[in-house]
Design a protein around this ligand. Structure first.
Ligand code: GLA
Length: 344
C-alpha cells in the first residue's frame, strides 16, 4: 500500500500543514491533514465502481482555519459537553471555556481540532497510515496535567479505516477523545434522509434543553430513537423536533472493538460500519449545520451529513455514576475505533 505527503497550506504563524493520502487497491482513498488530525476526504466506490467523496470538508487550509463545527477533526481534551463548564477534581474546581451557552463543548476555544499534530506517515504491504502526536500542556484550555496524545490513523486492504488513540498524563485529568467525521454516503448532494442507520444500543443518555445530561439513562422501547433494527433516517427523523443529537450506550457483548453502528445508502450500495472500544456513540444528524461553503462549492445545510462519534458519555466528570473518564498518571488511555467501508 502507499501513502503520499504534500503541503496543504500555511497557518498564521507560518507553520506548514501537511496532507497525507492513503490508498488501497479496493478504490478507497483517504486524505488527512495534521491540522486537527482532520480527515479531508474519503473516496469510496458504489456498486458500479463510481467513486464519491463521502465526507464533508473544505478545499483549502483556510476553510479549516475559519470557525467550523469540527468537520472531520479529532476532538479533545473532552469531546461533547461539560455542564456549567466546570468540574471538581481532587478537591480543586477547574473552570473551562463557556463555548456552548454557559457550558463547555469539545475541548474549548482551541481544542485538539485546531492544533498542528506531529506526524509520521508509513506504508507496508497491507496497511498505510500516519502516527500523529500532540503534547497538551498542563492547564491548556483549563484542564490539569501535561497530556501526551498519540492518534494512529491507518487504512488496510479490507477497507478498514482505523483510529487508535493512546494517552498518558502526569496529573489526574479527565479525557474523552473522539473523531468528528460528517458522513454522507452519496456525496453530500442531498440530505441523509435516503440513508439507513442501525445503532446497537438499548439505552441512551437523557439530556436537557442545552444537551446536558440529566443523569438519567433511558431504556429504548421502540420509537424514532430506537435504532437497533436498520431504519430509514428520513422516516424516523421527522418524528424528532430537531433531529438526532443523542449519546447512545452501546450493547457490549465482548471486550475489544464492538460493532456499534452501521449506515447504508440503498441506491448506491455504500455501507459504513463502526466498531469501537468506547462505551457510547453520539449520533448527530448535523442539526446545527448551516451557512457554510464546503468543498466543490457545496452549500452545507441542516441534515446533510451524520456524525457517529465514538466516546464516553457527556459531562461524565460531573456525573459520578457514569463510566469514569478519569485518567491517572499510572494509567494509559486507549481507544480503538474502526470505520469499515463496503458495498452491498
Ligand atoms: C457534536 C454535538 C452537537 C454539536 C456538534 C458540533 O456532535 O453533539 O450538539 O455541538 O458536535 O456542531
Amino acid at each position: 500500500m502507499k501513502v503520499e505527503t504534500s503541503v496543504f497550506g500555511r497557518l498564521s504563524n507560518q507553520e506548514e500543514a501537511q496532507v497525507f493520502t492513503l490508498q488501497n487497491s479496493q478504490g478507497i482513498t483517504v486524505r488527512l491533514t495534521n491540522l486537527g488530525g482532520t480527515i479531508i476526504s474519503i473516496l469510496a466506490p458504489d456498486r458500479k465502481g463510481k467513486l464519491e467523496d463521502i465526507v464533508l470538508g473544505f478545499d483549502s487550509v483556510e476553510g479549516y482555519l475559519n470557525p467550523h463545527p469540527y468537520i472531520g477533526t479529532i476532538v479533545g481534551r473532552y469531546a461533547n459537553r461539560i455542564g456549567s463548564a466546570k468540574f471538581m477534581l481532587d478537591g480543586t474546581e477547574y473552570k473551562l471555556a463557556q463555548n456552548a451557552g454557559k457550558n463547555h463543548l469539545h475541548g474549548g476555544m482551541k481544542g485538539y481540532d485546531k492544533v498542528l499534530w506531529n506526524s509520521s506517515p508509513y506504508a507496508d504491504l497491507d496497511r498505510a497510515g500516519i502516527m500523529m502526536s500532540y503534547h497538551s500542556y498542563d492547564m491548556e484550555e483549563g484542564y490539569p496535567g501535561n497530556l501526551k496524545v498519540d492518534v494512529h490513523f491507518s487504512l488496510n486492504e479490507a477497507s478498514e479505516l482505523t483510529i487508535e488513540y493512546c494517552a498518558t498524563t502526569d496529573k489526574n485529568t479527565y479525557l474523552n477523545l473522539t473523531h468528528h467525521g460528517y458522513f454522507n454516503l452519496n456525496g453530500a448532494r442531498n440530505t441523509i434522509y435516503d440513508h439507513e442507520i442501525q445503532i446497537n444500543a438499548g439505552a441512551y443518555v437523557e439530556t436537557d434543553a442545552d444537551l446536558i445530561p440529566t443523569g438519567k439513562i433511558i431504556k429504548l422501547k421502540g420509537g424514532p430513537l430506537d435504532l437497533r433494527k436498520m431504519k430509514s433516517i428520513g422516516t424516523e427523523i421527522v418524528k424528532l423536533e430537531n433531529g438526532y443529537d443523542h449519546c447512545y450506550i452501546i450493547d457490549r457483548i465482548k471486550d475489544g472493538p464492538e460493532l456499534a453502528a452501521a449506515v447504508y445508502h440503498p441506491s448506491s450500495g455504500r455501507k459504513m460500519e463502526l466498531f469501537t472500544t468506547e462505551p457510547a456513540v453520539q449520533f448527530y444528524s448535523s442539526n446545527f449545520l448551516t451557512g457554510l461553503q464546503g468543498k466543490g462549492n457545496f452549500k452545507y445545510r441542516k441534515h446533510l451529513a451524520l456524525c457517529l462519534e465514538a466516546q464516553h458519555y457527556p459531562d461524565s466528570p460531573n456525573q459520578p455514576h457514569f463510566p469514569s473518564t478519569l485518567l491517572k498518571p499510572d494509567d494509559i488511555y486507549r481507544q480503538k475505533t474502526i470505520h469499515k467501508f463496503s458495498v452491498e
